[in-house]
Design a protein around this ligand. Structure first.
Ligand code: SF4
Ligand code: SF4
Length: 289
């Protein structure tokens, strides 16, 4: 255990300007739980050699000494959303990187979490390779193989590079990527901002069932449309996808359109979204054509 824990780096920033060490983070969590500021803290603990999400509460306070940080990335905020749906008044603490915070902002916008009931400890990481002390699985992107580069889409491409293909090539390349889909729903299940109780991807009238790959491109386009104004570019869907479809790039394109049309940068704040028709009255207007 000691050896395994050494591999996981200490956090680089914590709340309240306290010195940035793992011990400080653990102390902070204990203090919050002790003072009833939070009912549960969502973080990571090593279990049989793997860093896994773990609930720390008053009943297992001693385990906070085993709380770790590191490169593990799960949608802790998605877990928080599910807990809050069952127990709306629960106070939740969680460990957040930049991507988690963007997801939290979207979940606040969509009234899935109440910011009044959430405390966060920030870890320094994404989004840039250039950011000092960054600590994220995306710092070393996977390399695309020769065949994928020839007929598909390299997952490391920017939107502009992907758009350099002519329309016919673009269509063929994306269809190649979509044709690999095994409809495992991993992309949806891991996504921190997929929270609908009823999912269009499982609606037989929208997407025919009984074949693999799922009806393409509609399966992927339905999800892409739903990610407009929601996807915070964490890349977890792409991490989860067993067949390496460049989902992140697809949703980046969707959100570039949202930004162009509405000037809305998804996840950068917990204010209004042009698509959020729940709760507060929406006053955002599309830009004039
Ligand atoms: S990158 Fe994928 S997992 Fe992350 S928010 Fe966007 S769609 Fe969801
Ligand atoms: S994770 Fe990949 S294979 Fe699974 S449903 Fe999503 S796109 Fe298809």
């Amino acid at each position: 255990m000691e050896e395994q824990m050494k591999k996981w780096l200490e956090p680089f920033s914590t709340t309240d300007g306290k010195p940035s060490t793992l011990a400080t983070m653990q102390e902070q969590v204990k203090e919050w739980i002790d003072q009833d500021k939070i009912d549960v803290f969502l973080g990571y603990k090593m279990v049989q050699g793997h860093p896994l999400p773990h609930f720390f509460t008053k009943s297992n306070l001693g385990e906070v000494d085993e709380l770790i940080s590191g490169q593990a990335r799960y949608s802790l905020e998605k877990i928080a959303t599910k807990i809050a749906a069952e127990t709306p008044d629960i106070k939740i603490g969680l460990m957040v990187r930049d991507c988690n915070q963007r997801a939290l902002n979207v979940l606040y916008v969509w009234n899935q979490l109440n910011p009044e009931n959430v405390e966060t400890i920030h870890l320094n990481c994404c989004p840039s390779k250039l950011k000092k002390h960054a600590d994220c699985s995306y710092l070393e992107p996977e390399k695309a193989a020769v065949y994928k580069k020839k007929v598909g889409i390299d997952n490391n491409m920017d939107v502009e590079d992907a758009e350099a293909f002519n329309m016919e090539q673009r269509f063929q390349r994306w269809m190649y990527e979509f044709s690999k889909c095994i409809k495992c729903y991993g992309c949806r299940d891991i996504c921190p901002v997929c929270f609908c109780k009823e999912c269009s991807l499982e609606h037989p009238e929208l997407i025919a069932t009984g074949t693999l790959p799922p009806e393409i491109p509609i399966f992927h386009l339905v999800r892409a449309v739903h990610m407009g104004g929601r996807c915070i570019d964490c890349g977890l869907c792409e991490d989860a996808c067993p067949v390496d479809i460049p989902l992140r790039l697809l949703y980046r394109k969707v959100n570039a359109t949202v930004q162009d049309e509405f000037g809305y940068e998804t996840g950068t704040h917990a204010g209004q979204s042009p698509f959020n028709l729940l709760g507060d009255e929406v006053t955002l207007e599309p830009k004039p054509l």
